[in-house]
Design a protein around this ligand. Structure first.
Ligand code: ADP
Length: 320
């Protein structure tokens, strides 16, 4: 294998840069040239790509986002769009591709591999940590640290004004960010799409806390669990507590990658190169029981990743 390419696709996440750096340097170490494709599948179709050298990926390990930029491409969903991308594969002599992105990007990768046979390795990158098969996706640790940091700040003002804060976090239709950040930040209640909740129970807990002298409460709501403003107005109505809503939004995507993120991003990027070198043609890098492993990329599309209900129960027990 003499030349491979790398792209980042779908929602960006902190930690993609350390992964791009690892792909590039690990490949060059083994004498393989690396082409960086800009703007995900859009740049793949449009031929927006150039050779990366050791210096191209200098000074990025500490930066959030992705130096290759990311995009969503409607054209790549069409056979004509993918054919254009394959013309670039031939034009640039690309013998393998590493796709850093979420399950949508992997669906595109599978389709492309099926049609043209190009070896493709996926590296899971999404703050939502919802990719089936892997315990970890690049971006999650930085995102939950951002949420925890925000909650620390919100608690200061919440205490001063004796308020209840509803903090809405990302996660699409999953509650991984809400649950993990909620446990880490000591949220009083955590609302996730995987578990039905009762406003009456939440209000009861708030009242109990108030009775024993709690000055404020944080309720963490995953975006897919409920409408935060609706939850706030119901709580206000039932308890009379001053209740505010904060939607953390896209700030959860950015920021310097945490040390853990940089380590895992580096390991996963390097593993992807290793898999291509070993002749794998369609795999996903993942983490299982703390080890970086090769997984069947098909599995990421099959079902929904289950949330850790033991962790959910523990968060509830610890926030009584
Ligand atoms: P993520 O990778 O973060 O889940 P998306 O779901 O938006 O993000 O997917 C990223 C891109 O992958 C899409 O914009 C599209 O170009 C491509 N893609 C997704 N699903 C398919 C598919 N079934 N066939 C071809 N391309 C796809």
């Amino acid at each position: 294998m003499q030349r491979i390419a790398v792209l980042t696709s779908g929602g960006d996440s902190s930690g993609m840069n350390p992964a791009i750096r690892a792909v590039t340097r690990k490949a060059i170490y083994h004498g393989i040239e690396v082409i960086g494709i800009k703007r995900g599948y859009t740049g793949f179709i449009e031929g927006e790509m150039s050779l990366l050298n050791l210096g191209s990926v200098a000074d990025i390990i500490q930066r959030g986002g992705t130096m290759l930029f990311s995009a969503r491409s409607e054209e790549f969903r069409t056979p004509e769009g993918r054919k254009k991308a394959f013309e670039n594969v031939e034009r640039f002599g690309i013998q393998g591709l590493i796709v850093i992105g979420g399950d949508g990007s992997f669906r595109g990768a599978r389709q492309f591999h099926k049609e043209f046979g190009l070896p493709i390795i996926g590296v899971p990158g999404t703050i939502d940590n919802d990719i089936v098969g892997t315990d970890y996706s690049i971006g999650f640790d930085t995102a939950i640290n951002t949420v925890v940091d925000a909650i620390n700040k919100i608690r200061d003002t919440a205490t001063s004004h004796e308020r209840t804060f509803i903090v809405e976090v990302m996660g699409r239709d999953t509650g991984f960010i809400a649950l993990t950040a909620g446990l880490a930040a000591g949220a009083e209640s955590i609302l996730i799409p995987e578990k039905p909740f009762s406003i009456n129970d939440i209000c009861h807990k708030l009242m109990q806390g108030h009775k024993r002298g709690k000055l404020h409460s944080i309720i963490l709501v995953a975006e897919g669990a409920s409408d935060s403003f609706d939850v706030a107005s119901q709580i206000k109505e039932k308890t009379g507590f001053d209740t505010k809503v904060i939607i953390l939004g896209h700030l959860q995507r950015g920021g310097a990658p945490t040390a853990y993120e940089r380590v895992i991003g580096s390991c996963m990027g390097a593993k992807a190169v290793e898999l291509l070198r070993n002749g794998e043609v369609l795999k996903m890098v993942g983490m299982q029981a703390g080890k970086i492993v090769a997984l069947d990329i098909e599995d990421s599309a099959l079902k929904k990743k289950p949330i850790d209900m033991d962790m959910y129960d523990l968060a509830n027990i610890l926030s009584i």
